[in-house]
Design a protein around this ligand. Structure first.
Ligand code: 5GP
Ligand code: ZN
Length: 176
């Protein structure tokens, strides 16, 4: 009886996996047809199953998988299934979907990985440190005392600006 149950369970799991796999392939094919899939891009290849990825979340628009070089244990990348290069390029509604998933992942980190803080980071362009040109956000679980030197760096590089200085930059920023 137990064996039967286990066999049944494994058949059920297998068919769930196959269905998921089928759905994933359908999404990838749709994106390929729309030209929003770049076979030279490592993240597109991970989505496609051509490179290994450790996924924690997938839906029609967004996927999340573990960063291969974790800055903190649990460091996760959240990406659109469509290939967009950066923040200037990604559709706003897709970016909103990415952020929804970043929130889900953040809560998982707090509930299951003992995180008590989260950094959500993004880089666009080489000067900002972008190395993979498929839009993504990093979700970083933080714990008191993990000390990345991050906050120290931030405060050592920033200064208290005068109101005039802020206004002058704001004017330039919003000029037409
Ligand atoms: P960026 O520097 O563009 O903001 O972040 C790219 C991230 O992708 C880096 O944190 C890097 O560790 C990660 N990464 C690069 N190649 C791979 C890979 O093949 N698999 C996974 N899972 N992450 C990768
Ligand atoms: Zn891509």
């Amino acid at each position: 009886m137990l064996t039967f149950y286990l066999v049944l369970l494994s058949i059920t799991n297998q068919s769930q996996v196959n269905q998921k796999d089928f759905k994933r392939k359908k999404i990838i094919n749709r994106l390929k047809n729309q030209g929003r899939h770049n076979s030279d891009c490592i993240f597109c290849r991970i989505l496609d199953g051509l490179e290994e990825g450790t996924f924690i979340y997938r839906d029609d628009n967004v996927s999340a998988f573990m960063d291969i070089h974790p800055l903190f244990e649990g460091h996760t990348l959240v990406i659109p299934n469509e290939h967009f290069k950066d923040v200037t390029d990604v559709k706003p509604e897709i970016m909103a979907e990415v952020m929804k998933v970043a929130q889900i992942v953040s809560k998982l980190m707090i509930d299951n990985l003992g995180a008590d803080g989260i950094n959500i980071m993004h880089s666009t362009g080489r000067s900002a440190g972008q190395t993979i040109y498929h839009f993504h956000v990093h979700v970083l679980p933080r714990r008191i005392g993990d000390d990345a030197g991050f906050e120290r760096w931030w405060f050592s590089r920033s200064h208290k600006a005068s109101r005039d200085e802020l206004q002058e930059v704001a004017n330039r920023l919003t000029q037409r």
